[in-house]
Design a protein around this ligand. Structure first.
Ligand SMILES: [Zn+2]
Length: 208
């Protein structure tokens, strides 16, 4: 899409902006029960979420939109509170009580033991915003399905991986967007989470 076309569109709530980057001073620290875990040099409340260290970002929506990047805080908020990724308002349809969701090939994965569900890293989209979401990304028309789900439960993160160096230095391994289940305690100690993945249940095609 050309930049001229983009200026016509609202910037979706989850999209990152250039001035939201924050410094990341990471290191490995020794845990009380043994072993090392990745942490910030100046730990703060809110660094940890669902047992994962979460990348620090600002939440001011200032600067140029980074169309290929999601703001971690807003992506997380959309998933936990089931907010629309375009407008940031509650996505649940008040009439049916179901949550509208655009499932794309790249952000959705089926689970073998879960015939009516799966995992997704893309937040829901409220009914009112679905036409706009499809217009914003022409590719969505080709490789997506408009669905509804009954509920969504945090299940995993996407993360950048680190390994401990001399003196507890945190050395990036170069692995990005690694999917780690929230039950993988050991792997999570070496991960910097950038997105929350939820498991959706009772996924059905939306009535159009
Ligand atoms: Zn919306």
């Amino acid at each position: 899409m050309t930049s001229a076309a983009r200026t016509q569109l609202r910037v979706p709530y989850v999209i990152a902006h250039a001035d939201e980057a924050a410094p990341q001073h990471l290191r490995f620290t020794r845990r009380p029960l043994g072993g090392l875990r990745l942490a910030y040099e100046d730990p703060r409340r809110g660094d940890m979420a669902h047992g994962a260290l979460r990348v620090r970002v600002l939440n001011n929506r200032r600067g140029a939109p980074q169309w290929r990047m999601l703001n971690t805080l807003r992506q997380w908020r959309c998933m936990e509170k089931l907010l629309c990724q375009v407008c940031g308002e509650p996505a649940t349809d008040p009439e049916s009580g179901r949550i509208p969701w655009i499932m794309t090939d790249t952000a959705f994965r089926e689970l073998p033991h879960e015939p009516t569900g799966g995992l997704t890293s893309a937040p829901p989209t409220c009914r009112a915003c679905i036409p706009e979401a499809l217009a914003t990304c022409p590719q969505l028309h080709i490789s997506s399905a408009v669905c509804t789900v009954a509920r969504a439960i945090p299940a995993a993160v996407l993360a950048d991986m680190f390994t401990p160096g001399p003196g507890g230095r945190a050395i990036p391994t170069g692995e990005h967007n690694v999917e780690i289940s929230l039950s993988e305690d050991t792997l999570l100690t070496h991960a910097l989470a950038t997105q929350l993945i939820v498991q959706v249940h009772d996924l059905r095609p939306a009535h159009t």
